[in-house]
Design a binder for this molecule. Structure first.
Ligand code: NAX
Length: 339
């Protein structure tokens, strides 16, 4: 029997990541080979024509899974009845822009999008924020959606997780499939902490396979600076690898993480591991019945604690700046959806 269609709302759909993602959605990679999908492309008004062009091309693959595709600049139209919202469209930092300006510009996007999700999205809406600063944008969107459970808002750190797995596999000379229990903690920024303390390589403790100096130095830098390295080499930021990570994030949530392994995702903190409640922080996670769960009970030594605290301090600073600018002011429940 054909499963019911999934409605995907994708912001920034005419951009680079959108273009890399949509055709894979249409071929069934994101929601499964038999699951029909309705695509709602959300774009900036200036990019509606480009979005319409992408929609034409999407029709041209003649995918039997693609029920329909619409393009709009109105979040309330794009998110109406959506099951999954992937929020990619963001304001990039441009020359001379202060951090506060960047936060404000993005709050002006993610606040109203959160409010629209609150009022019109489907009952089971799941939100993945990709546009940077992804963690704080997710926190702002969640703050504007008081009727949507917090755990439905996530920020993408699966790309960082994949980068970490790949570096370990290269170092150890094994397949990425043999590298498990890597964790990425903190902000999706150069302050992040890719952690091998609990990782396994072909069934052995990772730190018995790769040397500790590398794990605490060059490895962390190579993962945390990977985005910059790609921009320097390619002249453009990570696109196809980001689309892959979006697909995997969605797939792992729905179908679960393989036994004995975990992935990483930015979740609204419930205070786990001393991360202040309400921050959107990357944790090692599994998925149970379609809901993310932080991996409990991991021991954190002094090195890990200091690394996590440093990245969390950056998230606190972003939150405080957003709060000072009024972007986290309490929003009344609209009553648009049941509690
Ligand atoms: P592009 O500039 O190619 O595309 C962005 C698209 O967003 C554009 O089509 C633009 O018109 C649209 N947009 C702008 N404002 C909008 C709004 N208010 N509503 C809807 N759409 C809007 O950038 P791309 O390479 O696709 O990257 C997009 C974002 O992903 C950036 O913020 C980037 O920093 C972030 N990334 C996040 C990653 C992660 O792992 N979390 C990794 C890759 C990437 O760097």
């Amino acid at each position: 029997m054909t499963p019911p269609p999934v409605t995907l709302a994708l912001s920034g759909a005419a951009g680079q990541i959108g273009y890399a993602l949509l055709f894979r959605v249409a071929s069934g990679e994101m929601f499964g080979p038999d699951t029909p999908v309705r695509v709602r492309m959300l774009e900036h008004p200036d990019a509606l024509a480009a979005g319409a062009g992408v929609a034409l091309e999407l029709q041209d693959v003649a995918s039997p899974l693609l029920v329909d595709v619409d393009v709009t600049a109105d979040p309330r139209v794009a998110f109406d009845g959506a099951d999954v919202a992937v929020l990619v469209g963001a304001r990039p930092r441009t020359a001379g822009m202060e951090r506060a300006d960047l936060l404000s510009a993005n709050a002006g996007i993610f606040g109203p999008q959160g409010a629209a999700l609150n009022d019109v999205a489907g009952a089971g809406i799941q939100v993945l924020v990709v546009g940077n600063p992804a963690n704080t944008n997710a926190m702002i969107a969640a703050a504007h959606a008081p009727d949507v459970p917090r755990e439905r808002f996530t920020a993408l750190t699966r790309l960082d997780h994949n980068r970490a797995v790949a570096q370990v596999a290269l170092r150890a000379g094994v397949s990425p499939r043999d590298v498990t229990r890597v964790a990425v903690w903190g902000n999706h920024s150069p302050s992040q902490y890719p952690d091998l303390r609990h990782a396994r390589v072909a069934g052995r403790a990772a730190l018995d396979v790769v040397d500790r100096d590398w794990a605490e130095g060059a490895f962390i830098d190579s993962v945390a600076q990977r985005g910059r390295a790609i921009i320097a080499a390619r002249g453009a930021s990570s696109v196809a690898s980001t689309a892959t990570a979006v697909i995997q994030h969605s797939h792992l949530r729905r179908h679960g993480v393989p036994d004995g392994d975990w992935t990483s995702a930015g979740l609204v903190s419930d205070g786990s591991y001393g991360v202040p409640e309400g921050l959107v922080c990357s944790f090692p996670v599994t998925s149970v019945a379609g809901a993310w769960r932080v991996v409990p009970g991991l021991e954190l030594d002094a090195f890990s604690r200091a690394r996590i605290d440093a990245s969390v301090a950056e998230l606190v600073a972003e939150r405080d700046a957003a709060r000072a600018l009024g972007h986290l002011d309490p929003v009344a429940r609209s009553g648009a959806r049941p509690a």
